[in-house]
Design a protein. Structure first.
Length: 288
């Protein structure tokens, strides 16, 4: 009797196993293996882009494009963004020179400067000026400037020439004597200056909600020192209103959100051919 019971249990187990083998559902191994295979076949190896160092030879080659130069031309080269609001990418070339590109990457660069590493005020825009002449020319201090330099103020979308104010300028004449001029002008907040004040219209950028918008100060000849201050436009007509200092970094300032009048005071005192001071002013106002 016990033997019969054992045989019946064995038959039941065999039938159960046979029934399991007839199940049409895929086994776990049938499901997992193709999936693993598909994942393996679709794995993409991500490699960090290899950036090279910008060389002077390459700068000369790119400069041939002139005003057609764009941000993408410099994309393959090592750089670091030293700007705030306005992007300023610095490219190291060699021990003597570096390149600065300023502006908004989706727009035309405001400037593409080849800069002397020993004097950040000594530079050219490679789109419009001769690189070889810059590399070979004598120091800027050997040139003679008979008038105070002009100042252009630029943001990513707008550019104006600032209004020159009080100026004191002297230069050496051909016979070795010196000549100069002193001009005294109205305070930037004087109500009579309002109709002549250049207006810099400041448009927001995609990241202006998080960062201020920068303005670049471009002189026809770089000064030795710059001081900038500003007043809210609510003080227009009040020449005794207290000003607010504005930090300057690499000839760049961060503009305030509302309408402000800015005054730039520059001094040139390192040349033995010319010297002087000049003030400039402009009105920066946001636009929708």
């Amino acid at each position: 009797m016990k033997r019969c019971s054992v045989l019946l249990v064995a038959v039941f187990i065999v039938l159960s196993l046979a029934s399991c083998n007839n199940d049409q559902s895929p086994r776990s191994s049938d499901t997992i293996c193709p999936v693993v295979s598909d994942i393996a076949n679709n794995i993409t190896t991500v490699t960090e882009p290899a950036f090279s160092t910008l060389t002077m030879a390459k700068v000369k080659e790119l400069a041939i494009k002139g005003n057609a130069l764009s941000w993408s031309d410099f994309k393959p080269y090592k750089s670091r963004d030293i700007g705030s609001g306005l992007h300023i990418f610095r490219y190291e070339i060699d021990a003597d020179y570096y390149l600065l590109i300023g502006g908004i990457p989706d727009s035309e660069p405001i400037y593409v400067r080849l800069v002397s590493a020993s004097d950040q005020d000594d530079y050219i825009d490679i789109r419009t000026e001769d690189i070889d002449a810059f590399l070979n020319r004598a120091a800027t201090s050997d040139d003679i400037f008979k008038d105070a330099p002009a100042l252009t103020v630029s943001t990513w979308n707008s550019s104006i020439e600032a209004m020159m104010g009080t100026t004191s300028w002297s230069f050496e004449k051909d016979d070795g004597s010196w000549s100069g001029v002193d001009i005294d002008c109205l305070h930037p907040l004087d109500s009579n200056t309002k109709e002549y004040m250049p207006i810099l219209q400041v448009a927001p950028t995609s990241n202006s909600a998080e960062n201020s918008i920068d303005a670049v100060l471009q002189f026809s000849i770089a000064p030795d020192t710059i001081t900038v201050w500003c007043w809210s436009d609510i003080y227009w007509g009040n020449t005794s209103a207290e000003n607010e200092p504005v930090p300057v970094r690499d000839f760049t300032i961060a503009l305030k959100d509302d309408g402000y009048i800015y005054e730039v005071f520059a001094r040139w005192d390192s040349s033995d051919k010319y010297e002087g001071t000049a003030s400039y002013s402009f009105y920066a106002v946001p636009v929708d």
